[in-house]
Design a protein around this ligand. Structure first.
Ligand code: SAM
Length: 514
């Protein structure tokens, strides 16, 4: 069994990442090129629900059979095709997302990623220059229109899957009234809200060149949707009353702090007193690697876009009189900020409590956090023996035998359904303080039974009465009979014995949750 959900900063692992990690970083674009080519060839659409032989596929593309066989082999290893005997099929993933005309088709978004690639090649010069270098002057109107169409289609692919995830947070609420979709793009978010809350009246606000295309695409919704053409960087001007819900999806990252402040000021001006603001975007605190790369993507591909800290956006909203409950992470790479002048309104929003807690704990500085089921924790009788024979701390502080005996730990874990495996690093005292802070945060978020086990002998105080209770001390995982190595290994993490003085040391703590 493996951990349920993982929240980590990057794929870098100080105990594992060596030269292979560097090689994989350097070759990452090979993966991109494979998927770009397969989507461009419409290979998955061609295979569809059929079984195809190599000869059939090669004939279809008039390609060299040997070269095609090597390409198909790699797609199979990547999990996009399945080979059975002499036949190739689409994998389940490809069937759902890579066949044209399927509801959740992602091909347009994948090909848009390819369009963005050329400016990435200017990254070095962009760093020197401080901003994007490469602007194509005055493209012909028709070319621009085709490009905008492509862009809107790409946004639509992503928005359709995100919208499903986002709307879930509002299930059961009675959202009604005017919805303003700022930088609406394809309008996929408005449609998702309209589907869930049919009495809402969406207004799609975008540049005129985009609105023209969106109108064409949403012809069937004429009577339900209004359009507003304009520039969000200017003062907003609506003939209607204020808005009950204002949505900004993937808008903030296209602009600078100053511009975002202007946009949020306009949001404040046009938000009804009982209104709600929904911001969906990349934020540095969530999926940090993707957020960081998206930030660079903005640097090379926009005139001054950047990915913000969710914390900064929340503070800006608070300065405008709004309440929020911090970042609400989606299961995917983006997150939500939901704000309102009415604090009570925020209580009704659904969020997955453990995911939300994990995000909060990440801000405490843990390297990696993994949700596991409590029955994934392994035990070993050798733990206490190793403490007794071989450790100078035996009998001191809350170390064995003043810790939890293995049988008691096993019993204790039966009371909990989940645990968070929290990874950190020395100094021990800092790590242990973080564990205590994590337990407190969990308790405050409603996990009233939350209890933590940390790593190593207690390093918080110099003096300690081993037999008495202490508000700060917690048992260590290993001193309570837990096989930390086995537990970590089963979760597909690495934990190497420290052999040399300069080896990187990992600490693990376990926060138990009901
Ligand atoms: C990344 S797309 C997001 C679209 C949609 N909200 C979504 O999440 O799929 C950004 C949208 O904002 C619009 N936009 C960007 N700058 C704008 C501006 N200055 N005024 C009006 N709309 C703008 C773009 O035309 C585009 O449709």
């Amino acid at each position: 069994m493996q951990g349920l959900v993982k929240m980590l900063n990057s794929f870098y692992d100080p105990q594992k990442s060596g030269v292979q990690y560097l090689e994989d970083l350097a070759c990452a674009y090979w993966n991109s090129q494979v998927i770009f080519t397969a989507v461009e060839l419409e290979l998955f659409t061609y295979i569809g629900t059929e079984q195809r032989t190599l000869t059939e596929i090669s004939k279809h593309y008039t390609s060299d059979e040997n070269a095609m066989q090597r390409f198909l082999n790699t797609l199979t290893i990547l999990g996009l095709l399945v080979k059975y005997g002499e036949y190739y099929y689409n994998s389940q993933l490809a069937s759902e997302y890579l066949i044209k005309d399927k509801e959740m088709y992602q091909g347009d978004s994948i090909l848009w990623r390819k369009e963005l690639y050329s400016n990435w090649q200017d990254l070095k010069d962009t760093l020197i220059h401080g901003k994007r270098l490469n602007y194509i002057p005055d493209e012909k109107e028709e070319i621009l229109k085709q490009k905008t169409k492509k862009y809107i289609k790409a946004m639509d692919c992503i928005a359709k899957s995100k919208a499903k995830e986002i709307v879930k947070h509002f299930e059961g609420l009675n959202l009604e009234g005017n919805l303003l979709d700022v930088g609406a793009g394809s309008g996929a978010f408005s449609l998702a809200f309209l589907h869930e809350f049919p009495s809402m009246r969406p207004t799609l606000f975008d540049l005129s060149s985009v609105i023209d295309i969106t109108k064409e695409n949403l012809e069937g919704y004429q009577c339900k949707i209004s359009y507003h053409q304009g520039n969000i960087l200017e003062d907003w001007n609506f003939k209607t009353e204020k808005f009950n819900v204002i949505l900004l999806s993937n808008i903030l990252h296209a602009y600078s702090e100053k511009e975002v402040e202007h946009i949020l000021n306009q949001v404040a001006k046009w938000s009804d007193a009982n209104g709600m603001i929904i911001i969906h975007d990349f934020f540095m605190e969530h999926h940090s690697l993707k957020a960081g790369l998206s930030d660079l993507n903005m640097m090379v591909n926009t005139y001054n876009g950047k990915v913000f800290e969710g914390d900064w956006v929340c503070k800006t909203l608070r300065s405008l009189g709004f309440y929020d409950e911090g970042l609400i992470p989606l299961k995917s790479d983006t997150a939500l900020i939901i704000a309102s002048r009415k604090k009570e309104l925020l209580k009704e929003i659904h969020r997955e409590p453990k995911q939300y807690l994990m995000l909060k704990l990440k801000a405490l500085g843990f390297k990696n956090i993994q949700l596991l089921s409590s029955d994934e924790v392994c035990f070993t009788e050798s733990a206490e023996v190793k403490c007794q024979f071989g450790c100078e701390h035996y009998g001191l502080g809350k170390c064995p035998p003043n810790s939890l005996p293995i049988e008691k730990t096993k019993k204790l874990l039966k009371e909990f359904k989940y645990g968070l495996l929290l990874e950190g690093e020395p100094p021990t005292k800092d790590f242990q303080l973080k564990i205590i802070a994590a337990e407190k945060e969990a308790y405050q978020q409603g996990f009233y039974k939350a209890f933590s086990l940390w790593a190593g002998p207690c390093s918080l105080c110099h003096q300690c009465k081993p037999q008495s209770s202490c508000p700060k001390a917690r048992p260590s995982m290993e001193g309570s009979g837990i096989d930390v190595f086995e537990t970590v290994k089963n979760l597909k993490e690495t934990l190497e014995p420290v052999k040399n003085k300069n080896d990187y040391v990992k600490y693990f703590g376990l926060l138990l949750l009901e």
